[in-house]
Ligand binder design. Structure first.
Ligand code: GLC
Length: 480
């Protein structure tokens, strides 16, 4: 990734007050320094060290999230009752007793799982990294764990370690691998935290006596030892640790115990969900794209293709490839990454509608990837939508309603314009740079297009037909 270009672009944006940053001016995350019991890498490294650590991640732009675990067996339904919520929460939402849930392990034999095929799928989609649920809130470890026997190697007939197989394939196929780990919530381990929901205990969130116990004991006997196993046992992976739902249990002191471990891996990237006031490396907007990104912060929108992370057999509400691609482009135009989820079933098979969409996205990226990978945010101040006056979004702020005309990304002298709504001309009132030539990225001949630049206004004459029905990329070579 050209860090230089990124910082030039950022500098340009900051310097140019006349650019109203309609696309980019987000709420700046609180920069007040926090006195952590154990300083994390983000507290001690220099900006240059940080840029070097984040370089591959910023270049990548597109990753695969995998939610896979025992919850793929009930697949959204238990004893005839369907959950209305996300699949991996079924144990909590339907108050499944610990013993009943744990018994799913004896049936878990995902012989259709192929690390090779999943990594190849990520690759063909143009994804550069994978983050898989090593342990979700249900407490079931999808890896070989000595720390706790409720895991895929010890407690199932399958006996294989999918994380190990994925690590090997990722190494072979050149994809990065990260692990999601639910550090606080654990609904099957005594003492594990549970977000308080429904009619569960108002203090502990528990619904089964078997869940009661000491959180500190859980943290020191299961959570931290398992994080240690994950960090130590996969030779060079994980490159990302993706924490989740810290709950109030993750006090600064407890989180500091985890940070001590993380600090031993100076190249590691970890998200903002550890808890205990640690901000980590990345903001993680979930199921939405922030209206203006997070200027000055790395961020990653994680999203599902249907309405669940973990497999639910009856959720067929898949977004179109068009929506998914527009999301990727929208995110890149705001300087973020897209972590797009797949939810394999109890046999380890990736649902076909997910495979198809990923392959279609990959086809677009094969031609147009240059406009996504290693790019930085738009240099234009054109608004990308409006804020609703009535509806609230997932962040509690007025909901942002995007308009899908075009977006833009930048890399060095090149400005990419991803056009959704094709017209005869591409026009902007304010083009902050001098354009020297223009062409369509999908045109193998890169035939120059006619353009005029009058004052700040730019008009590029486009051919009658879009080269891609979803997004055709116009390239503007610029003098700076
Ligand atoms: C939420 C959910 C969880 C899911 C995660 C992904 O926090 O608790 O089930 O894994 O989002 O971002």
């Amino acid at each position: 990734m050209n860090l230089l270009h990124r910082s030039i672009a950022t500098g340009l944006l900051l310097a140019s007050a006349s650019l109203a940053h309609a696309q980019l001016q987000g709420s700046k995350p609180d920069e007040t320094p926090v006195n952590h019991p154990v300083p994390a890498i983000q507290d001690t490294e220099t900006p240059a060290q940080r840029d070097a650590r984040m370089a591959w991640w910023r270049e990548a732009r597109f990753g695969m999230f995998i939610h896979w675990g025992l919850y793929s067996i009930p697949a959204g339904e238990w004893h005839g009752q369907r959950t209305t919520h996300i699949g991996e929460w079924i144990m909590n939402d339907l108050s499944i007793p610990v013993a009943d849930y744990k018994a799913f392990a004896t049936q878990f034999n995902p012989t259709g799982f192929s690390a090779h095929d999943i990594v190849a799928l990520a690759k063909s989609a143009g994804m550069k990294y994978i983050v898989i649920t090593a342990k979700h809130h249900d407490g079931f470890a999808m890896f070989d764990s000595k720390a706790d026997p409720f895991n895929i190697v010890v407690a199932t007939p399958f006996k294989r370690d999918p994380l190990k197989e994925l690590a090997e394939e990722c190494r072979k196929q050149g994809v990065k691998l990260g692990f999601y780990y639910s550090q606080a919530q654990d609904w099957t381990a005594p003492g594990g935290a549970a977000a308080v929901r429904g009619d569960h205990n108002k203090e502990t969130g528990h619904w089964d006596k078997a869940q009661d116990g000491s959180f500190d004991e859980y943290l020191h006997k299961k959570s931290i030892p398992q994080i240690k196993e994950l960090l130590e046992n996969y030779k060079g992976y994980p490159v990302v640790v993706w924490f989740d739902t810290p709950t109030k249990a993750m006090t600064p002191e407890r989180a500091a115990e985890v940070v001590k471990l993380l600090n031993k891996y100076p190249n590691l990237i970890w998200n903002n969900r550890l808890g205990g006031t640690y901000k980590g490396d990345t903001e993680t907007p979930e199921q939405y794209i922030p209206a203006q990104g997070y200027p000055g912060r790395d961020w990653e929108s994680c999203m599902t293709m249907n309405d669940t992370w973990g497999f639910k057999y009856y959720d067929t509400n898949f977004k179109s490839t068009e929506t998914l691609l527009r999301n990727l482009i929208d995110i890149a135009s705001k300087g973020g990454n897209y972590l797009l989820n797949i939810g394999p079933d109890s046999k380890g098979i990736v649902p076909q509608p997910e495979v198809e969409r990923l392959q279609q996205m990959g086809q677009w990226l094969k031609v147009n990837g240059e406009a996504i990978y290693g790019t930085s945010a738009t240099i234009f101040d054109t608004p990308t939508g409006t804020f609703s006056t009535t509806e609230k979004g997932r962040n509690g702020q007025p909901k942002f309603i995007p308009t899908w005309n075009w977006r833009s990304t930048t890399k060095g002298n090149k400005v990419y314009v991803e056009i959704f709504d094709w017209k005869n001309t591409f026009h902007v009132d304010k083009m902050p740079r001098k354009v020297t030539s223009t062409y369509l990225l999908a045109d193998p001949a890169h035939k120059p297009l006619k353009f005029t630049q009058n004052g700040t206004a730019l008009d590029v004459q486009l051919p009658e037909k879009a080269l891609d029905p979803i997004a055709t990329v116009l390239v503007l070579n610029t003098a700076s």
